[in-house]
Design a protein. Structure first.
Length: 307
């Protein structure tokens, strides 16, 4: 599709900067669009875009019954649960908090992979988990100055866990199917589950959206989610898991800075400390010298933040 042979790091930087703006777009849309309405419209458009890309690249893909079971789990956790909790959480929390909490995804995916897929954990994983946990405490508990937290932060944490769980099942399925068909069909399943939303939420506000709102929704769903996800996975094949973790931080930093510049949010000292602990934790957990482990992690490095 694209040639990344000579400019992998440049492409990865551009793509992750664009992906970092996705959360900002979603947060800005939530000022005027109800969270469930936005989730329904955005995921429907994303699923359609991914299906079109999948058909263009691979034609008609026919998963087996067992593959459909895994695709259903991925769609349920990665689209239905993740996107609903993300939208409602962002409505009541800050984009800065959301960027940092979702940045825990690689660590959560590693732990869930060990729990569900019986993958081996090494000492570096435990150290990474401890450091990342300290980082998230800085954010949620406001630098340990208060042990109160917002419901939005809790929803964002569950949103991150749901996405990490979907990545574990994606990893399990990636040996049987290409990542683009897996993503396209899981989003189709998740978007189908979201069809329950019109029964619990009035969707008539869709017909009142301005052209500018529609442009932002299309940008957030088709360009930054569908194309961004695929573009980053192409880069990740060249970078491996360790290199990818660096660029996951680019997404977080972009969202943090953008929240301050575009949304007028305040960047606090606990955000900086939280980011540092989470980043170091991810770096420790994903960097290694064993070539065999590196190859194994490369085969599992499809867990990208696809908000």
């Amino acid at each position: 599709m694209f040639s990344f042979q000579k400019h992998t790091y440049l492409y990865a930087t551009i793509i992750t900067i664009l992906m970092g703006h996705n959360m900002l777009l979603v947060k800005s849309l939530l000022y005027t669009v109800e969270p469930l309405v936005l989730t329904f419209v955005r995921m429907t458009l994303t699923a359609l875009a991914l299906l079109a890309i999948c058909y263009f690249v691979y034609g008609v893909v026919k998963p087996t019954m067992e593959q459909w079971k895994l695709l259903t789990l991925i769609g349920f956790f990665g689209v239905f649960v993740h996107q609903i909790t993300l939208a409602i959480g962002l409505e009541t929390s800050h984009a800065t908090n959301g960027a940092l909490i979702l940045g825990l995804n690689p660590i959560a995916t590693t732990l869930l992979g060990a729990l569900l897929l019986k993958e081996t954990l090494f000492r570096r994983h435990y150290i990474g988990v401890i450091l990342s946990f300290i980082g998230i405490c800085f954010i949620v508990f406001r630098g340990f100055s208060s042990f109160s937290f917002s419901s939005g932060d809790i929803l964002l944490f569950f949103s991150m866990l749901a996405q990490a769980l979907s990545f574990v099942y994606t990893r399990k399925l990636s040996g049987q199917m290409k990542i683009i068909p897996v993503t396209a069909y899981s989003y189709l399943v998740g978007a189908g589950m979201l069809l329950v939303l019109p029964f619990v939420q009035d969707m008539t506000s869709i017909f009142t959206f301005s052209a500018f709102i529609w442009v932002k929704i299309l940008l957030a769903s088709v360009v930054l989610t569908a194309f961004g996800f695929i573009g980053f996975n192409l880069c990740i094949q060249r970078l491996g898991a360790g290199g990818a973790s660096i660029f996951l931080n680019v997404i977080t930093v972009t969202a943090l800075i953008g929240a301050v510049i575009y949304l007028g949010e305040e960047l606090l000292i606990q955000h900086i400390f939280g980011f540092l602990f989470i980043s170091v934790g991810i770096w420790v957990a994903t960097h290694h010298k064993d070539p065999a482990v590196k190859t194994d992690l490369q085969n599992r490095s499809h867990s990208v933040s696809s908000s």
